[in-house]
Design a binder for this molecule. Structure first.
Ligand SMILES: NC(=O)C1=CN([C@@H]2O[C@H](COP(=O)(O)OP(=O)(O)OC[C@H]3O[C@@H](n4cnc5c(N)ncnc54)[C@H](O)[C@@H]3O)[C@@H](O)[C@H]2O)C=CC1
Ligand SMILES: O=C(O)C(=O)COP(=O)(O)O
Length: 621
């Protein structure tokens, strides 16, 4: 029967052959995804939240909060929502229509912990740490955490997922506010507005001391050309600035359309008079602005940070300010918030600071409050908002056959994006499925969504689920095309023979992953239920995709496996899989090594120093 072996049944096949309950779930995503381009308020019924088991805390408080209306349904207790940070009245009104709302602003961590068992949902901004302990305290009752803003670095996502708690955010409503704040800091820094204001209020009329610099004709480098970065670019163009940008994953044509030139990291920081930071805080951006990068900048450069404090090594910035390398900095965000009262950086006379105000406009806070309130109410009703951060991609029954392919698709995307380098950005993504199934039996929405998730999540503050995947790809200018290749096999039980992910015409930090056509190519298969990487560029390999991965390209010669294995073994790094693929004997070969632990810098350097090794890269799965 078609649908029983369909990968993800097409709407037609699903309608013909799936039970009504599954049908509703399976048919929903394509129409929703198509409409998601126009709205963030879309929801689809979500298996995990639609019929929650009675929570322990609810059982213990049967008489809690009865709503006023008289129907049977209304006799059920209203859900309770704790709002832990200031939320605009417009959002509170949306919440109150559906739930009992308690606003408790400025709680200590202990006060928050003490309250957690009494609430179905918690809403925070960036100031509340939603730790594992907080989530544990809410276990059994807490179903949703709403982050009224973009960054969810203050929420322990892993712990939330383990506790079965959905996390939703409000990723778009404060974009313009953050961009406007970036521009406000840029202009006020250049004209010493805050320093001159403080001096005048202290009775000093210092016109000569506070001569500023002009913006027109100056080069502004935007680091991170996503939602906020591109809005800053638009505005800076209006100020007559020359805008360059660095973002390894942004499409160059989008930047060009705004009049910004995409360049490499080094080119951006060496050419710029002003540098504005708009990348997320992820392992690859942690402290990327450090002694070394400040050293490469023009003397007298000016830096604005409205992203996250952690992308700057703050001690290095103080040194660069003291030496005059960096003339001024304007900072809205800090590694620790609030920063220490005696922070040298905050107190530095050439630094302008604001207390994380990027999102704090009346308009943005209203937008964010409504966006998060609707998402939280939807989640409490059993709907999955497009802004769900840790939502399951599909209901459990569909997952059973698909699980390893879903994981394979995400891992191929995740590996591919880590191989991207340079300034050209990702132009297009092609996913090639080799399958025995006909188009009616193979709906690839889920796999495409997982490839998108793998490519987007490691490098951005966007979270991808089945509802928002196509919309997210479109919004980021990722052109994803798909191709099916028929594979004839009379006995094929498996839905797919292989999945190939190609990033077209992109520079790579590992040249061995580039195929003849100039694309980064990775292909994988599922073997014994486990995703395996089977092709890297032109090289056939066979390595199970568990743990992390080291790829080395070397001259094909005896003894290489032993040399690399020894280095890793000496450092207690367990190799779970190893495979060598070569084009011709004695020419180049690729070694793919699966490792359980992350090797330290020294062991990677030692591997790189083996003479026959031409290049290597460490990839996280
Ligand atoms: N200060 C505030 O109140 C606010 C701060 N933010 C922060 O601003 C930042 C940007 O937010 P959005 O634009 O919404 O996120 P986004 O995900 O739309 O954009 C981030 C961009 O950074 C790029 N990127 C990733 N790694 C990079 C690297 N190594 N070098 C250069 N670019 C890289 C990504 O490709 C992406 O295009 C986030 O950190 C967010 O938390 C956002 C809103 C308000
Ligand atoms: O949305 C974000 O990422 C922000 O940084 C805004 O934080 P806030 O909601 O103002 O605490």
């Amino acid at each position: 029967m078609a649908a029983s072996r369909a990968l993800l049944p097409t709407p037609q096949a699903a309608a013909a052959a799936t039970p009504a309950r599954s049908r509703a779930r399976l048919a929903a995503p394509s129409s929703l995804a198509a409409r998601a381009g126009g709205s963030h308020r879309l929801r689809v019924r979500c298996a995990i939240l639609s019929s929650p088991a009675p929570a322990k805390a609810e059982q213990e408080q049967p008489t809690r909060r009865i709503s006023r209306a008289g129907s049977d349904a209304s006799l059920r207790p209203k859900p309770a929502v704790l709002v832990a940070e200031k939320l605009s009245e417009a959002g509170l009104a949306v919440l109150r229509e559906f739930a009992d709302v308690e606003c408790a602003y400025g709680m200590s961590p202990a006060e928050l912990l003490a309250k957690m068992a009494q609430f179905d949902a918690l809403i925070v901004r960036s100031g509340t740490k939603v730790t594992r302990e907080v989530l544990e305290a809410g276990r059994g009752r807490l179903r949703v955490v709403g982050r009224a803003g973009v960054g969810i670095d203050n929420v322990d996502l892993q712990a939330a997922t383990e506790a079965g708690c959905l996390v939703v955010n409000a990723p778009t409503a404060n974009t313009v506010a953050a961009a406007e704040h970036g521009i406000a800091l840029l202009a006020s820094m250049a004209r010493n507005v805050s320093q001159a204001d403080a001096a005048l209020k202290a009775g000093k009329w210092q016109r000569n001391k506070y001569v500023g610099v002009s913006l027109v004709g100056k080069t502004l480098a935007i680091m991170g050309f996503g939602k906020v970065g591109s809005e800053v670019a638009r505005r800076a163009k209006g100020l007559g600035m020359h805008v360059i940008a660095h973002d390894p994953y942004a499409p160059a044509d989008r930047a060009r359309a705004i009049g910004a030139e995409l360049v490499s990291f080094d080119e951006a920081i060496t050419r710029a008079d002003f540098i504005s930071l708009h990348m997320p805080l992820i392992p690859t951006t942690n402290k990327v602005f450090n002694d070394e990068s400040f050293g490469k900048m023009k003397t007298g450069v000016r830096i604005i940070n409205v992203a996250r404090g952690g992308v700057i090594d703050e001690d290095a910035l103080v040194r660069a300010l003291d030496s005059g390398k960096v003339a001024q900095a304007a900072l809205d965000v800090f590694t620790v918030e609030p920063p220490a009262k005696d922070s040298k950086l905050v107190l530095h006379e050439n630094v302008t600071v604001t207390p994380h105000l990027g999102a704090s406009t009346v308009e943005a806070q209203e937008g964010v409050a409504i966006e998060i309130a609707e998402a939280v109410v939807g989640a409490l009703k059993g709907e999955l908002a497009a802004t769900a951060v840790n939502a399951p991609m599909v209901p459990a029954e569909v997952m059973s056959e698909l699980a390893p392919y879903v994981s394979l698709a995400e891992k191929l995307g995740r590996l591919a994006v880590q191989l991207v380098a340079g300034e050209s950005g990702i132009k297009g993504v092609k996913v090639v499925y080799t399958t025995t199934r006909g188009p009616d039996d193979l709906d690839t929405r889920l796999l495409r969504a997982m490839v998108t998730k793998g490519i987007v999540e490691p490098v951005s503050s966007t979270f991808v689920n089945l509802v928002n995947a196509d919309y997210t790809a479109k919004q980021r200018g990722l052109r994803i095309t798909e191709e099916r290749v028929s594979h004839d096999s009379a006995t094929a039980e498996a839905p797919l023979e292989s999945i190939q992910v190609r990033l077209s015409q992109v520079q790579s930090k590992f040249a061995g992953a580039i195929s003849d056509g100039g694309d980064i190519v990775l292909e994988g298969r599922v073997k014994y239920g486990v995703p395996h990487l089977t092709l890297v560029g032109p090289y056939e390999v066979d390595v199970s995709l568990e743990g992390n991965l080291i790829l080395c390209r070397q001259i094909d010669q005896p003894g290489m496996i032993g040399k690399v294995g020894n280095i890793l073994g000496q450092r207690n790094v367990n190799i779970n899989f190893m495979s060598v693929g070569r084009t011709f004997r004695g020419k180049q070969a690729i070694m793919a090594i699966g490792v359980d632990e992350e090797p330290n810098k020294e062991s990677l350097e030692e591997i790189g120093a083996i003479p026959a090794i031409e290049e290597f890269v460490f990839l996280e799965l």
